[in-house]
Design a protein around this ligand. Sequence first.
Ligand code: ZN
Ligand code: ZN
Length: 250
Amino acid sequence: MKATCWMGPGKMQVREVPDPMILNQQDCIVKVTSTAICGSDLHLYNGFLPLMEPGDIMGHEFMGEVVDVGRDVRNVRVGDRVVVPFPIACGQCGPCRAGAYSVCENSNPNAYIAEKMLGHSPSGIFGYSHLTGGFAGGQAEYVRVPFADVGPLKVSDGLTDDQVLFLSDILPTGYMGAEMCNIQPGDTIAVWGCGPVGLFAIASAYLLGAEKVIAIDRFPYRLQMARERAGAITINYEEVDSVPDVLSRT
Ligand SMILES: [Zn+2]
Ligand SMILES: [Zn+2]
């Protein structure tokens, strides 16, 4: 199959690599129909995250069709359309049972290295260096998905890839930011940063009951999207002092 491989800082190549196989009976194999590049991929591209190896397959935001399942997989079948969230989670450990899948204790075989660097290890993550397990990512034709009963989210036929792909990372990331604000009806919410996650945070804040969302950035094209696509009031922090401006509008 073909896959986007990291070959060194600033060097990406589409290469011919072996197709993934079921390695554990809880795995499934997904034939990728849509994938995305994340802002976080820039950390790898620019060489800021250690433990990348030449040939590592990029990508932690992807979806597709299940084409093979291990014997022990119950929740997905061959032919299902799924969106795969980026954290790899076992579903059984203490953090997983508490819903904290991103810190699953059973999916990152290199947790001891990540602990030294970060204090606490994240779960395994697709396409995100050997610090998070060295799992092959989704900017590829096929991906092996461990713990297939836990992560993959089945998608009904009426929805297009574009409508659901962002469930793999940036929509829930933005939503979580808004959710953590404990928004009450009538609240004004300020969102710093109008990249994709910021836009989803703005949309989520309105969904959760915010009356007004103020969005702050310095790039005019992003501020325009925040206004026109997400309905925010915008502030360019290179033109005005953003904090007093926000306070004057609340
Ligand atoms: Zn991402
Ligand atoms: Zn777990």
